[in-house]
Write a new protein. Structure first.
Length: 253
């Protein structure tokens, strides 16, 4: 009887010990997770403060005007008549990254080429090659002198935004780099016009893919991948981008 009681006591003690050990492991895991999250948050805060300080040193504050949109791009559909791209590939876009003549296309403080209005006027055939009309203004297809194709967004003329504020937004937009965002590659501020130049997405926007007169409809796998890609782009804007992107109005391409 005594031996049986000892066995029961040993089993109970072992059970209690295992429970205490499991609880300690759970507590340690939670503590390490919170500590890591705190370190990441502090690092991100320092990074944001540094970016904001840099902008303020230039005499501006970090905030995007409501006249600027951010385009989110999916990597899943290469062409309406073909299968999805392999992982790591984007929807087709042009590969130009700079001007051929630095004196003709001077770099701004953000490192983004600044273009003359007359060059864009010629590239868009006097702004007749319209791709679409949005709440921020019309978008035109432009064929540059080098033969490269870009999308030119002319911001609404009724905006009260000044040149200084526009330059600040160019700086902020130039810092957004993500595989699911359309990159800013040039701008123009001349003749009272504020113009942004983006990578050209040859397949159009998501609305065209979903509701346009296409030869085939998107499969559910493609739709799910598009939603996945878009969510990553928006997450970057809210969590990993510059401090100006707390309230963007993304446009899906």
């Amino acid at each position: 009887m005594a031996d049986r009681a000892k066995v029961v006591a040993v089993v109970v003690a072992a059970g209690v010990g295992a429970a205490v050990l499991a609880a300690a492991c759970v507590f340690l895991a939670i503590w390490m997770y919170r500590r890591r999250a705190s370190v990441v948050a502090r690092t991100r805060t320092r990074s944001l403060e540094s970016s904001t300080a840099t902008l303020r040193a230039n005499g501006s504050t970090a905030s995007l005007d409501s006249s600027v949109s951010v385009s989110v791009v999916s990597e899943s559909v290469a062409d309406w008549g073909h299968s999805p791209l392999p992982p790591g590939k984007r929807v087709a876009f042009w590969g130009w990254r700079g001007a051929t003549n630095a004196r003709d296309q001077p770099l701004s403080v953000s490192g983004i080429p600044k273009y003359h209005y007359k060059d864009l006027q010629k590239a868009t055939n006097n702004f007749t090659t319209i791709l679409g009309q949005g709440s921020f203004g019309p978008v035109y297809k432009a064929v540059m002198a080098t033969g490269e194709v870009v999308a030119v967004k002319v911001l609404a003329s009724d905006s009260t935004q000044g040149e200084r504020e526009f330059q600040t937004e160019v700086i902020l937009l130039s810092r957004l780099h993500h595989r699911n965002l359309v990159n800013l590659v040039g701008y123009c501020v001349e003749k009272g016009q504020h113009i942004l130049m983006y990578e050209y997405m040859s397949n159009g926007n998501l609305a065209t893919l979903l509701y346009g007169d296409n030869k085939r409809s998107l499969s559910w796998q493609e739709r799910l991948q598009i939603a996945h890609d878009v969510s990553h782009g928006i997450e970057y804007l809210h969590e990993g981008g510059c401090p100006a992107c707390y309230s963007p109005r993304p446009k899906v391409c």
